[in-house]
Design a protein around this ligand. Sequence first.
Ligand SMILES: [Zn+2]
Ligand SMILES: [Zn+2]
Length: 302
Amino acid sequence: MQIVRHSEQTLKTVLISKNPALVAQYEKLDAGERRLMNEAFLPNSDLFGPITLHSKSDWINSHPEAPQDFEEFFNDPYRKTPSAEKHSIYIQCIGQILKFLKKRKPEDAFCVVGITMIDLYPRDSWNFVFGQASLTDGVGIFSFARYGRDFYSSHYEGKVKKLRKKSSSDYSVFDNYYIPEVTSVLLLRSCKTLTHEIGHIFGLRHCQWLACLMQGSNHLEEADRRPLNLCPVCLRKLQSAIGFSLKERYRALVRWIDDESTDTPRVTPRHSREDNVNLPKPVEAFKEWKEWLTQCLALLHT
Ligand SMILES: [Zn+2]
Ligand SMILES: [Zn+2]
């Protein structure tokens, strides 16, 4: 196993930057928030650890990319930021027909992401994808089909048998598609993918600093290894793009885990869909993450 360890000084610069305006901006953060983010460069932090690489096929080994520190993110001229008019993230469930995504984006949409249980890799010639996001258009589509416990078993029932498209708008191949059992592991994996991809839409590139949700992943085992939380560098990026209080964010996440019901939107979305399905919400796999959030909240409050 290889550990990607950056020096304290490197992580400090990556997070805070040396640009006086950005240093001043950092210093204006609430003291608790700075205490939490400073954990990024504490060598023995309980909250944030280094990235570990387990094989040659892991993302960093197989996809050399330029890293992105906070300053590069902040100055990226192509980055999309939400505005007062475009501030909503829409999640569109896609069932039997993929063309749903072609519908017009609601006016207040910052982005629209489609989620589906249909495997988006029905044939070898199709590129294998867990998800794909178009940063400029603010749209993405993600399949959770491969996160079910039976996907790699020989009796997986969701295999698309034959693909004979009559026209480019013929999606009948997906009729009566198979839905795997919604287990807590499937839910955790799906949350990771969705939030990672939405992070890209906000302009966050793959993280090479610390163990982080925004690490690239090349295979399921690597995706399982990365945490559901953002490292302080990526957290500062997202906070500067959206603007939120860390305390409120972490409290809301704990509430989501604790709340057993699935349909508790605080704000009624302007474009909520009529098909309000009541899916199960198994959260056993989120327990460890809840403990992590609780530790963060304690640090934010001291
Ligand atoms: Zn990615
Ligand atoms: Zn990160």
